[in-house]
Design a protein around this ligand. Structure first.
Ligand SMILES: C[S@@+](CC[C@H](N)C(=O)[O-])C[C@H]1O[C@@H](n2cnc3c(N)ncnc32)[C@H](O)[C@@H]1O
Ligand code: SF4
Length: 445
C-alpha cells in the first residue's frame, strides 16, 4: 500500500457536517449503542457451545493511570492504593477462571493477549506477575504467539520491563503522543519528551520482539512544525511500528468540557487539518523506509511484521475482554463488561460473568463486521469473502461502493476493494455507509 499523498479540498459544507467534537474511530460493528442487557443470554449460549477451530485471544484491562489526560475517553482510575489494585487483579483472574468453566473456552489455549489501558505499566512488578499468574492458572498460554503490553513513558522501569519479558511479553506499545513539552502539558499529559527517550532506551535494552510507539496528530495547540518535529523524533528512535491516531474530542473528556465552557487556550484543530497531518506523518515515515499497513499504522520491516491481535480480531477470532468496561467478541456475540469497579467486582465475587450488555450478530452482520473492519487495512480482498462466506462483496455493497468510487474514496476490481490514499485518511468516516440501515444512525458509546 502506498502512503496517502493528497487531502480533501476543504469545503464549507464538509466543515459544517464534521463538528470538531465527538468520536471518529470505529471499534465495532454493529455500534455499541445497539448492544443491550437483554442480549447477554446470547453470550452464555455461545459459551455453552464447544468452540470451532478459531483462535482465542484475551484483552486485559488494568484501568489505572497516574493522571487523567484531557483528551482521554477510556475508563481509568487515578493513583489507587495497592490494596485496591491487588483486589482488582484477583477479580480479573477470577473472571478468567469463570470463563474457563464454559465448554466454549475450557481446554483451549490462548493465541494472543493484549494488556491495554488505562496504563498497564503503572502496576508494580509483583502486581504484573500476580495478574499473569492468575490468568495462566485458568487457561494454557503454552502456544501463545503474541503478548502486547501498553506502557506510558513515565511509568517505565528496567526491572518492570524485565518482569514483562519473563512473563512472555513480545510486543510493547508506548503512548508518546508528542515530543513537544508544551503540547504535552497543554493536553494534560503527565510525561515529558525526556521521559520518552529514557523509557525507549530501557525498552530497547530488554529484548522485545516488537516495539510500537503511538503518536496523536491534531492535539490542542499543535502546529504543522511541531507535528513534523514529533514525527522526525519518532523516526530517529526507529521503533518497529508507529501508530498515528487523529485526536478525537469525545463527549466524556475534560477537553470536551473545556471546549463547551470556552476556557481553551487555543482553537481545536479541524478534521481537514488532522487528515493533512496524518498524510504528512505517513509520507515522512515512508521516506524513512516504513510501509503504511493500515489507516493508523506504519511498520519498519514488512517481512517481519505481524499484529496478531488486530489481524485475528478483524477476521472473526474469539476474544474475551477481561476487566472493568472491557469489550469482547465470542462466537459471533459482542459484549461489554460492567463499567464501574464496584459492579464489576461484585458480579465476579458472586461467581457471575460481569457482562453489562451484548449483541448477537447474524451471519450477515458478521460478514459486514469483517468487511468494515478490514477496510481499515486499506484493501479488502474479494476471494476470502467469496470462498469462506459465499459473498460477492462487489454485489453485496454495490450502492455504497458506487458512491465511494464516485467520491474518489476507493476503487473496485475483481481482486479487491481498495481505498485511495484520500479514502484511507478518512476511512472511519466512510464505514457507516456500509452498515445496515438499522445501524447507520450511529452513536458510538
Ligand atoms: C490506552 S492508551 C495507551 C497507553 C497509555 N494509557 C498512554 O496513554 O500512554 C491508547 C492510545 O490511545 C490514543 N488515544 C487516547 N485518547 C485519544 C483520543 N481522544 N483521540 C485519539 N487517540 C487517543 C493514544 O495514542 C494512546 O496512546
Ligand atoms: S490516555 Fe492513557 S494515560 Fe492518559 S488517561 Fe487515558 S489511558 Fe490514562
Amino acid at each position: 500500500m502506498t502512503a496517502p499523498t493528497a487531502t480533501d479540498p476543504p469545503t464549507l459544507q464538509a466543515q459544517a457536517q464534521e463538528p470538531v467534537e465527538g468520536n471518529y474511530f470505529v471499534a465495532a460493528y454493529p455500534p455499541f449503542s445497539a448492544w443491550e442487557l437483554s442480549q447477554v443470554p446470547s453470550l452464555h449460549e455461545a459459551l455453552a457451545e464447544f468452540a470451532l477451530a478459531t483462535p482465542l485471544g484475551l484483552y486485559i484491562h488494568p484501568p489505572f493511570c497516574q493522571k487523567k489526560c484531557d483528551y482521554c475517553y477510556y475508563l481509568s482510575y487515578i493513583a489507587q492504593p495497592g490494596a485496591v489494585v491487588d483486589r482488582y487483579l484477583d477479580a480479573v483472574a477470577r473472571e478468567m477462571a469463570l470463563y474457563s468453566e464454559h465448554p466454549g473456552v475450557m481446554g483451549r489455549s490462548v493465541s494472543f493477549a493484549y494488556f491495554g489501558g488505562g496504563t498497564p505499566s503503572t502496576l508494580s512488578s509483583a502486581q504484573a506477575r500476580r495478574l499473569g499468574d492468575g490468568l495462566r492458572r485458568a487457561l494454557s498460554w503454552d502456544n501463545i504467539e503474541e503478548v502486547t503490553y501498553e506502557c506510558a513513558p513515565r511509568s517505565v522501569r528496567r526491572e518492570f520491563l524485565e518482569t514483562l519479558r519473563a512473563m512472555g511479553v513480545t510486543r510493547v506499545s508506548m503512548g508518546v503522543q508528542s515530543f513537544d513539552n508544551e503540547l504535552l502539558r497543554l493536553n494534560g499529559r503527565v510525561h515529558l519528551a525526556e521521559d520518552v527517550s529514557r523509557a525507549y532506551s530501557l525498552i530497547r535494552d530488554v529484548d522485545f520482539g516488537c516495539v510500537n510507539l503511538d503518536l496523536m496528530c491534531g492535539l490542542m495547540g499543535e502546529t504543522e512544525e511541531k507535528w513534523i518535529e514529533s514525527v522526525h523524533r519518532v523516526i530517529e528512535l526507529g521503533p518497529d511500528s508507529v501508530t498515528i491516531y487523529q485526536t478525537e474530542i469525545p463527549h466524556n473528556t475534560q477537553l470536551y468540557r473545556d471546549l463547551k465552557s470556552g476556557v481553551l487556550p487555543a482553537a481545536p484543530i479541524s478534521w481537514e487539518i488532522k487528515r493533512a497531518r496524518l498524510d504528512t506523518g505517513f509520507r515522512e515515515l515512508e521516506r524513512a523506509g516504513y510501509t503504511v499497513v493500515s489507516a493508523y499504522n506504519a511498520v519498519k520491516d514488512l517481512r517481519h511484521h505481524r499484529f496478531l491481535y488486530q489481524d485475528c480480531l478483524w477476521r472473526g477470532a474469539d476474544m474475551l475482554g477481561l476487566g472493568v468496561a472491557s469489550f469482547g467478541y465470542f462466537g459471533g456475540v459482542h459484549f461489554q463488561n460492567e463499567v464501574t469497579l464496584e459492579k464489576y467486582e461484585a458480579a465476579v465475587e458472586r461467581g457471575e460473568l460481569p457482562t453489562k450488555r451484548a449483541f448477537k450478530l447474524s451471519p450477515h452482520d458478521q460478514m459486514v463486521r469483517e468487511f468494515v473492519l478490514q477496510l481499515k487495512l486499506g484493501a479488502v480482498p474479494v476471494a476470502p469473502f467469496r470462498d469462506r462466506l459465499g459473498v460477492d462483496i462487489a454485489r453485496e455493497f454495490a450502492e455504497p461502493l458506487r458512491e465511494c468510487v464516485l467520491d474518489g474514496w476507493l476503487t473496485v476490481s475483481d481482486e479487491a476493494v481498495r481505498l485511495t490514499p484520500r479514502g484511507l485518511l478518512r476511512v472511519d468516516r466512510l464505514l457507516p455507509r456500509f452498515y445496515d440501515s438499522a445501524f447507520r444512525d450511529v452513536r458510538y458509546n
